[in-house]
Write a protein that binds this ligand. Structure first.
Ligand code: HEM
Length: 531
C-alpha cells in the first residue's frame, strides 16, 4: 500500500517537476529573445510565477493502486479479473488508480464510494470516456450510452419514460408474460437449444414495444443484423483493443498503409450500424403511410418527428435492443446455472409457486408482489453473477477530491461492481446463491438491502440503466414461467464455468436437463398461450 501511495506521489511530483522545467525553459527563452531593457522586468514576472508555483499548496495526491511498472502501471487488465480486483479492493479501499500503458483508470471499489462519487457527484462523474475508434471512426458518439452532449442525453433519458419508465413499464407486462411463456414451452420441447428461445423472447418483447413488429423466429433478418452489430461492438468498445485510441493521429493514416485494418473495420461497422437503426425505422414509416402501423414507441416519436428529428428517433429506438438483448439473456443464462447448482433453492421457489399460484395457470407479472421468494431469487441472480461486473466506463467531467485524493478531470472511471457484490459486510457468504439474504425472517422482502438502496447490477447516477424496470420484469417473467412448468438439473459431473472478460458475465454453455414438473405442465403452458 505504502509503495503504491508513493507511486501516486511520484506521478504528482513528475507533473510538478514538468511544470518547473517548463518555467525554466520559459526563463531561458525570454532571456534570449527579448531586448535587454525588457529582460529585467520579464525575469521578475517569471520569478513571481515561479514563486507562486513553488509556494502553492500542493494538489492532493492521486489515489493509490496496483501499478507495478513505473509510468506504465500495467500492460492490460488481467483475465479473469475477478480475484485480483477483489483483492486489490480489499487492499486499497474505496478508490484505486489502475494504470494501463500509462492511461489512468479510477476504480470505485465500494458501495460507499459509489454512493458518494457516482450517485451524489454524478454531475462530475457521469461522463463517458471518449474513444477514437468507437466515437470518431465508427460514429457512435450520438448513441445514448455514449453521448457526452448533456442536453441530448437529458432528452434521451426523458424519452425512455415513454415505454420503459417506472410508470409506463407495466404496459409491456402482457407481452413479456406471453413471450417468456412461449420460451419456456420451446425449452421444454427442445432443452438443448435453451438460449435461442430466450434470445428470441427478448427480441420479440423489444421489437413489439418499440417497432410494433412481431418476431416469430430468432433468425429474423432484422434481429440477426442487430446481433451481428452487437457482437462487433464488443470488440470495437473494448478498452486497450485499438492503438488508435491511444494515438489518435493514426486515424489520419491512408487506408492503403499496412496495419490500418482498423480503418476498414470501422467503415464496415459504421455501415452495419446505420442499417441496424434505419431498417426497422423505415419499415414503421412504410406501415404508417399505409395506415397499418401498430401503436409503438417509434410511431409515438414519429408523430412528433419535427420535434425530435429522424436521427434521434433511430438512435433511441434501437438502443432498447442493443442495451437490453445480451444483458437480459446473460442474466437468464445465470439463472439456469444457479438453479442446477442450487436445487434446494429451485424447490423452494417451486413450492412458493404451488402454494400461491397453483397449477392451473402460470403466474403473471401482477403476481410478483405475492411471490417474495421468486422476487428475491431474481435479485440474487443479479447480485451473484452481476451481468456488468464493472458496469460501463464513466469519465470525470471535472476535478474532484475524494477522501484527500485528487480525481482529475478526464480520468476513466470503472465501478468495481464485482467487488461490491462480494463485500462480506453487505453480503455474508457472498459466493453462495442465497435468495434468503433479500428476505426478512418472516419471508417478506427486506426494504433496506444494499443492492436495493443503491443499484449494483444496473449502474449508477445519471447513467443508471434506463431499462432496469423492463429488465427485472423480463427476468421475473422468464424465471417464473420456467420454474412453474419445468424441473432443471444437470447431469452428474457437469461443471459450470464462466466467461472471463469484462463484458456481459454469464456461464459458458453447459449441459442441462429439463423435464415437465407434472403430467400436463406442457399442455397447461400451451393453453395459457391460447394455442
Ligand atoms: C439484466 C439486464 C440489464 C442489465 C444488467 C443492464 C445493466 C446496465 C448497466 C450496468 C449500465 C451502465 C450504467 C452506468 O454506466 O452506470 C447500463 C446502461 C444502459 N442500459 Fe442497461 N441493463 C440491462 C437491460 C437493459 C434494457 C432492457 C435496456 C433497454 C432499454 C437497457 C438500456 C441501457 C442503456 C440505453 C444504457 C445507457 C444509459 C446511459 O448511458 O445513460 N438496458 N445497463
Amino acid at each position: 500500500m505504502r509503495g503504491a501511495r508513493l507511486t501516486g506521489h511520484m506521478l504528482y511530483k513528475g507533473i510538478q517537476s514538468f511544470r518547473l522545467d517548463r518555467t525554466r525553459e520559459l526563463c531561458v527563452m525570454i532571456s534570449i529573445s527579448l531586448p535587454s531593457a525588457l529582460q529585467g522586468s520579464a525575469l521578475l514576472v517569471v520569478l513571481f510565477l515561479l514563486a507562486r508555483l513553488l509556494l502553492r499548496k500542493p494538489a492532493a495526491p492521486l489515489p493509490p493502486g496496483p501499478n507495478p511498472i513505473p509510468l506504465l502501471g500495467n500492460l492490460t487488465i488481467p483475465e479473469p479479473f475477478h480475484v485480483p480486483f477483489k483483492r486489490w479492493a480489499d487492499e486499497y479501499g474505496d478508490v484505486m488508480l489502475y494504470r494501463i500503458m500509462g492511461l489512468p483508470i479510477l476504480f470505485v471499489n465500494t458501495r460507499k464510494a459509489a454512493a458518494e462519487l457516482l450517485e451524489k457527484r454524478t454531475a462530475s462523474t457521469g461522463g463517458r470516456p471518449h474513444q477514437v475508434m468507437c466515437d470518431d471512426l465508427c460514429h457512435l458518439s450520438p448513441d445514448p450510452s455514449r453521448t457526452n452532449d448533456l442536453a441530448l442525453h437529458r432528452q434521451y433519458r426523458r424519452l425512455y419514460n415513454i415505454v420503459i419508465g417506472p410508470r409506463t413499464a407495466a404496459c409491456a407486462w402482457p407481452i413479456q408474460v406471453r413471450e417468456t411463456r412461449r420460451a419456456a414451452l420451446e425449452i421444454l420441447e427442445s432443452p438443448s437449444r435453451r438460449m435461442e428461445p430466450i434470445r428470441r423472447a427478448i427480441a420479440a418483447i423489444v421489437f413489439e414495444l418499440v417497432y410494433g413488429m412481431k418476431i416469430k423466429s430468432y433468425s429474423d433478418p432484422m434481429v440477426q443484423m442487430a446481433n451481428e452489430a452487437l457482437q462487433r461492438f464488443e470488440t470495437i468498445v473494448k478498452p486497450g483493443n485499438w492503438l488508435v485510441d491511444m494515438i489518435p493521429a493514426l486515424q489520419y493514416l491512408p487506408k492503403w498503409l499496412p496495419g490500418t485494418d482498423f480503418l476498414r473495420l470501422s467503415k464496415e461497422y459504421d455501415a452495419l450500424n446505420i442499417s441496424m437503426r434505419t431498417l426497422p425505422y423505415e419499415q414503421v414509416k412504410r406501415e404508417m403511410a399505409k395506415g397499418t402501423a401498430k401503436p409503438c414507441l417509434t410511431v409515438t416519436l414519429m408523430e412528433e418527428e419535427e420535434k425530435y428529428g429522424e436521427e434521434l428517433i433511430k438512435w433511441i429506438t434501437i438502443s432498447h435492443y442493443t442495451g437490453g438483448a445480451e444483458t437480459s439473456a446473460s442474466a437468464l443464462h445465470t439463472f439456469f446455472a444457479a438453479m442446477v447448482l442450487y436445487p434446494s433453492v429451485q424447490a423452494k421457489a417451486q413450492a412458493e409457486l404451488d402454494t400461491i399460484i397453483g397449477r392451473e395457470h402460470p403466474p403473471t407479472l401482477e403476481d410478483r408482489e405475492r411471490l417474495p421468494y421468486c422476487t428475491a431469487l431474481v435479485s440474487e441472480v443479479l447480485r451473484w453473477q452481476p451481468v456488468a461486473p464493472v458496469a460501463l466506463p464513466h469519465c470525470m467531467l471535472k476535478d474532484e477530491i475524494y477522501e484527500g485524493y485528487l480525481l482529475p478531470k478526464g480520468t476513466t472511471i470503472m465501478a468495481n461492481v464485482w467487488a461490491m457484490t462480494r463485500d462480506e459486510r453487505d453480503f455474508p457468504d457472498a459466493d453462495e446463491f442465497q435468495p434468503e439474504r433479500w428476505l426478512t425472517e418472516d419471508g417478506t422482502l427486506k426494504e433496506d438491502v444494499p443492492g436495493r438502496t443503491i443499484s449494483l447490477a444496473f449502474g449508477f447516477g445519471r447513467r443508471i440503466c434506463p431499462g432496469w424496470h423492463l429488465a427485472e420484469a423480463n427476468l421475473f417473467a422468464g424465471t417464473v414461467a420456467i420454474l412453474w412448468s419445468a424441473v432443471l438439473s444437470k447431469p452428474e459431473g457437469v461443471k459450470i464455468e464462466w466467461v472471463e472478460g469484462l463484458g456481459p458475465q454469464h456461464p459458458k454453455d453447459f449441459k442441462m436437463e429439463v423435464r415437465p414438473r407434472w403430467d400436463g405442465a406442457v399442455e397447461a403452458l400451451r393453453a395459457s398461450l391460447g394455442e
